[in-house]
Design a protein. Structure first.
Length: 514
């Protein structure tokens, strides 16, 4: 072989130009690596999903006539990526190593070091050919440590890629954004309509055994089969299922939460994030398929398709831009000086707060929670109780099937914890129990009373919310989007205010027993 091409676990892009032709002189490397399996404690299903997807990708490449060296944990033991690559290059006397641009800063650092070696073998890096916005264009849209609003970026992306635009260059339907139509709660009659999610049955017993043998720490629950997509074909099937069965209601119930049906965990969400993030499917393809479905199916209205396109063409590309422009500074941000430890029920779901128990419980069972659960249930709780952002990041980075730092960090530290002081969010996503009550059916059978603020049984979020708002009044009071909220606080008498803050103090001191 003259060339070694390295494929990382999140670079399973079969449409990459590398694979356009078979070349006898090219060897591909795909390796299970101990450092990648342990840089954070991952969910057991996430570990299995990555390794299974890598194995299936290897088989597909081989079937197409490519030479691939797949190394398991047994082969790589405790070696780093660099060691594995250099050993293999030496073994085959390879003088040229090609890499794809990684999505994570940590890996890019490693790659830059390799490229800088300038010895034999020579390293070079090519694009990963996945995202819509070329990497080089990130600095044209984003500025370090500066707020850039998603909505402005999204409109430019809609125009640039001509998605949902009419022939006059105007947004289809006349409006850019139908977010206000995306806030329905699920009523009892809606619950029976929720389709059974399409899931897969990939045997992962051999991987569970291997992970155990190598003492790879993990969290969460697993059975013997994995229900997540691990091949491009799985991803295409899931996409087709989504377009037909879920897209007609995607926007409408995008923010809704329930724990009253067996399908509560996924509702109308597409569950394509893992497949997208490991590049089994491209964002361009997903958008194209969804827009075609909208044109062909009258049951899908503009608010549904726009809501979906906004997530992928807007949010996903936007957080990637914010990540790269702000790394490595992003991972140091702690603007609100949050220092508390994450309570232990984040690993068990054992809390009397029904909203948290539901969101954490399903995350442990499925390695998945949808956006509003991540933002407004677990995220909101960590924001209000001032959990150290590092710990919050680690939890999110470990537990979700789709968690890779480039997308996890801006969402968690930025959007949900406001630790960047507002680069992403124009205000903190802080909410009392009434928001959860409005968007979910969690509160009905909760131990705590969502209508109460100060009693021993009052919903902790109610007092914690005001504690947070009062504590950060100086910063937040100036913000036109929240200034008026303080009017409600000022209207209360001193005794009421005191009782609310006392209850919040109690909750903070006894956070482990909530
Ligand atoms: P759907 O709800 O069906 O949305 C469709 C697609 O849009 C998703 O697959 C995803 O690719 C994209 N998308 C939607 N929202 C976002 C967003 N805010 N940022 C980036 N892409 C988005 N997403 C991840 O992929 N990895 C993460 O580690 C991650 N961490 C998050 C942490 C927090 C605190 C929050 C609030 C959100 C996080 N998200 C993350 C975004 C979002 O919650 C998930 O992408 C989504 O829940 C995945 O489920 P789905 O595929 O069913 O998405």
């Amino acid at each position: 072989y003259h060339t070694l091409r390295v494929i990382l676990g999140d670079q399973l892009n079969a449409t990459h130009s590398w694979f356009k032709q078979q070349d006898q002189g090219v060897l591909y490397l795909i390796a299970e690596l101990h450092p990648e399996a342990t840089y954070v404690t991952h969910h057991i299903q996430k570990l299995c999903a990555f390794f299974l997807a890598m194995q299936r990708f290897t088989s597909a490449l081989k079937e197409n006539g490519h030479d691939v060296c797949y190394l398991t944990l047994d082969d790589t033991q405790n070696q780093s990526l660099e060691e594995v690559v250099l050993n293999l290059a030496k073994q085959h006397n390879i003088d040229h190593v090609e890499l794809q641009r990684p999505d994570e800063y940590r890996v890019l650092q490693q790659y830059h070091q390799l490229i800088a070696r300038n010895l034999k073998p020579k390293f070079c890096m090519v694009d990963s050919e996945h995202f819509l916005l070329p990497f080089e264009d990130i600095s044209r849209h984003f500025k370090p440590k500066h707020s850039v609003r998603m909505e402005n970026f999204y409109r430019k992306m809609r125009q640039r890629f001509n998605v949902l635009m009419d022939e006059n260059g105007q947004p289809e339907g006349g409006k850019w954004n139908y977010d206000s139509a995306n806030r329905n709660k699920l009523k009892t009659k809606d619950l029976n309509e929720i389709p059974t999610p399409l899931s897969f049955q990939h045997d992962m017993r051999h991987l569970l055994e291997r992970l155990q043998r190598h003492n790879i720490p993990s969290l969460g629950n697993a059975e013997s089969n994995l229900l997540w997509p691990v091949t491009s074909q799985d991803a295409l099937n899931l996409l087709a299922f989504f377009c037909e069965n879920l897209l007609p209601n995607f926007g409408r119930f995008q923010d809704a939460m329930t724990n009253k049906t067996p399908h509560s965990w996924s509702l109308y969400h597409c569950r394509l994030s893992f497949a997208l993030n490991v590049k089994l499917i491209s964002p361009k393809h997903v958008i194209k398929a969804a827009v075609s479905a909208y044109h062909e199916n009258d049951a899908i209205d503009i608010a549904q398709i726009e809501g979906f396109v906004r997530q992928i063409l807007g949010w996903r590309e936007y957080v990637r831009g914010m990540y790269w422009i702000n790394m490595p500074d992003y991972q140091q941000q702690n603007e609100l000086n949050a220092e508390r430890d994450l309570p232990s029920y984040f690993w068990t779901g054992q809390t009397k707060m029904k909203c948290l128990a539901s969101a954490i419980g399903q995350s442990l069972d499925y390695a998945y929670a949808h956006h509003i659960q991540r933002l407004m249930v677990t995220g909101n709780f960590c924001l209000l109780t001032e959990i150290q952002p590092q710990q919050v990041d680690e939890w999110y980075l470990g537990i979700y099937i789709d968690a890779l730092e480039w997308v996890e960090l801006p969402n968690t530290r930025g959007m949900s914890q406001f630790a960047d002081g507002g680069w992403i969010a124009s205000k903190p996503y802080a909410a009392s129990g009434s928001y959860i009550h409005k968007m979910s059916d969690y509160c009905g059978d909760c131990h705590y009373k969502v209508k109460e603020k100060t009693s021993d049984e009052s919903c902790p979020l109610n007092s914690l919310y005001w504690h947070f708002m009062v504590k950060h009044r100086e910063r937040l009071g100036k913000n036109p989007r929240i200034g008026m909220i303080y009017g409600n606080w000022d209207k209360q008498n001193d005794a009421q205010k005191y009782a609310v803050l006392q209850r919040a103090e109690w909750c903070l001191e006894n956070i482990e027993s909530l």
